[in-house]
Design a protein around this ligand. Structure first.
Ligand code: NAD
Length: 282
């Protein structure tokens, strides 16, 4: 029977620590840390994410500026808003909620955010800094997974880590963070052969695939740390990428869905906002 990693509790600790640091920042610099959140359109899932992000921002004592542009906004209109937030000295971080409506060029719009306000860690400069081991902001979800592993005092040095998924926002930065922690890292993806055998070698297995219950018990080594990034909406509610009920009897540690990586992502967004604010002041 494995230990269940309580992402909700760890995220709460991150936020409560931040509360103190945010108050100290305000005292030292005489201003509030400010996060601007831009939502274009009315995607219901995005609206929920944005609402939760704003609520969490305010919980830790930061100021949030919320911009909701209509679905049919032109690229120029969205760009103008990003540019004005970029040059606004009181704004520490800019978050553009994805996905954007199809007629907008996501890469072009995100590229307008200055690297020092990139709280999502998506920009080429910050991704490059992560590769080079330079100070940066790291995509919130893999940053959250690392925080979970650290909170559980899991020894990562020399361990075999397998990441399933190679997306720019989860799989690739996750692999890079684990490499930085001295794991031996394998990245698997949709074209990987012998996936089961590779997963079986993992001391740390991170699943970021987007397929319900994809990771089954026969893919997991006894005692492994299994982190489930997946969020899949099914008839039976939210389900992760890992077959939790079967894998929990084999793994040493396992993160649940919901209540695992999800809450960590928001907590690390706030941590990134704090990092950006601190760096801008220094
Ligand atoms: P994505 O679709 O961009 O990437 C999925 C990856 O899975 C791809 O790299 C692909 O190669 C790999 N893959 C697909 N089928 C595979 C197969 N049969 N075998 C091996 N690999 C396969 O998705 P993403 O944005 O990286 O997100 C992955 C999952 O994590 C989704 O369920 C998403 O909802 C979830 N997610 C959760 C959070 C969170 O806060 N918890 C944040 C981001 C994403």
């Amino acid at each position: 029977m494995s230990k269940i990693i309580d992402g909700k509790l760890i995220a709460q600790n991150v936020k409560d620590n931040l509360k103190v640091k945010v108050a100290e920042f305000e005292k030292e610099y005489g201003r509030k840390i400010t996060l601007a959140v831009v939502l274009v359109g009315e995607n219901p899932a995005s609206q929920v994410y944005v609402k939760n992000k704003i609520r969490a921002t305010e919980y830790v004592g930061m100021k949030s500026l919320s911009f909701n542009l209509p679905e049919n906004s032109t690229e120029n209109e969205v760009s103008e808003l990003i540019k004005s937030l970029s040059s606004d000295n009181s704004v520490d971080g800019i978050l553009v909620q994805l996905p954007l409506p199809k007629h907008l060029d996501e890469n072009k719009i995100l590229a307008l955010i200055p690297a020092e306000k990139d709280v999502d860690g998506f920009l080429a400069e910050n991704v490059g800094n992560l590769m080079l081991g330079l100070p940066t902001t790291v995509a919130c979800t893999p940053f959250g997974v690392l925080q979970m592993l650290k909170s559980e005092n899991i020894d990562l040095v020399g361990k075999n880590a397998v990441v399933i998924g190679r997306s720019n926002i989860v799989g690739k930065p996750m692999a890079m963070l684990l490499l930085k922690e001295n794991c031996t890292v394998t990245i698997c993806h949709s074209k990987t052969q012998n996936l089961k055998e590779i997963c079986k070698t993992a001391d740390v297995l991170v699943a970021a695939i987007g397929r319900p219950k994809f990771v089954t018990a026969d893919m997991v080594k006894e005692g492994a740390v299994v982190i489930d990034v997946g969020i899949n909406r099914t008839e039976n509610g939210l389900v992760g990428d890992v077959d939790f009920d079967a894998v929990k009897d084999i793994a040493g540690y396992i993160s649940p869905v919901p209540g695992g990586v999800g809450p960590m992502t928001i907590a690390m967004l706030l941590e990134n906002t704090y990092i950006c604010a601190k760096r801008r002041e220094n």
